[in-house]
Design a protein around this ligand. Structure first.
Ligand code: AMP
Length: 285
């Protein structure tokens, strides 16, 4: 009998909902925990779920309480736990940025030298600024770093930013990026069930790959085929199929979702017609 795999998921906060929807999309059929329950399971796979705070996930995995977990790359770097990074998950994207009040004259990270910097990420802040030879006094806060300059606690902050609206609302502007983060699947170092870790990584990876891709179909006159295929930002070879209409072929290719907006008008202007894009459910390279 194969051993059950245990997976720690964020119980609340920004990573909870997208982590849950990734599990749902992977087909393991996660079961909602009952009210106040911290544990649940998946109906279609031998996976037990444990719901804990995202910043506790690295410790739970390191200490062997669970085999794997989903957390933020920033939290992983801040905790410096002995775990393996198995897969970047493509959601929870944000960056750790240094910011100062609008009226402050600082314009780059170097200008932080000798200042007090409030952050809930003291380790990353100390390490990144230290590696750049920028000496600051790090003031550790557990949340709401953006109000620290107004309270006179620090002259600058280092905080997670995704849209920048919280900074703007608090009269701050960014002067540099220290770290890029996104959600990540982590596993226990030296796990005795590498196979189960690998299976989970493959299944979740097939969904994250698929989400980042679109299936593109279009019709092209044979005379335009080389031009159109040369425009396709695809690693593999596109499929080319004969159509009933002589001299016209159908081209099918997997393309990065992020390129779609710029690609479609270019394909059209180079002779492609009947252009369709479809979402992809799973993709294994
Ligand atoms: P929580 O504090 O539980 O909402 O989770 C915070 C985690 O969500 C962070 O450690 C990041 O990994 C991620 N995250 C993504 N975007 C942001 C953002 N704009 N602000 C804070 N955390 C973010």
């Amino acid at each position: 009998m194969t051993r059950r795999l245990s997976l720690a998921l964020p119980s609340k906060g920004r990573l909870r909902e997208p982590a849950w929807s990734l599990l749902e999309a992977s087909g393991v059929d996660p079961q909602e925990p009952g009210e106040r329950m911290l544990q649940s399971h998946c109906r279609n796979a031998d996976i037990d779920l444990l719901f804990v705070r995202a910043d506790d996930v690295p410790e739970y995995v390191q200490d062997g309480v669970v085999d794997c977990g989903i957390t933020g790359l920033d939290l992983l770097a801040e905790r410096q736990c002995d775990v393996v990074e198995l897969l970047r998950l493509g959601f929870g994207k944000c960056s750790l940025q240094a910011a100062v009040p609008l009226e402050d004259g600082a314009s780059s990270l170097e200008d932080l030298g000798g200042r007090r910097v409030a952050t809930s990420h003291p380790r990353i802040t100390g390490e990144v600024l230290g590696s750049l030879g920028i000496d600051v006094e790090v003031v550790r806060v557990t949340g709401a770093a953006e109000i620290a300059p107004r309270l006179g606690l620090a002259e600058a902050i280092v905080d997670l930013v995704s849209t920048g609206s919280t900074l703007r609302t608090n009269g701050l502007r960014t002067i540099g990026t220290l770290f890029e983060s996104e959600a990540v699947l982590i596993g226990r170092t030296g796990s005795d069930d590498i196979e189960a870790q690998r299976t989970l990584t493959t299944v979740l990876g097939s969904v994250t790959n698929a989400r980042a891709s679109r299936y593109l179909l279009c019709n092209v006159r044979r005379a335009d085929l080389d031009t159109v295929t040369s425009l396709l930002p695809t690693a593999g070879s596109p499929t080319v199929m004969e159509l009933a209409t002589p001299g016209v072929v159908a081209v099918h290719a997997l393309v990065p979702a992020a390129d779609i907006w710029s690609l479609l008008p270019r394909l059209q202007s180079h002779g492609a017609t009947s252009i369709l894009t479809l979402p992809v459910e799973r993709m294994l390279p």
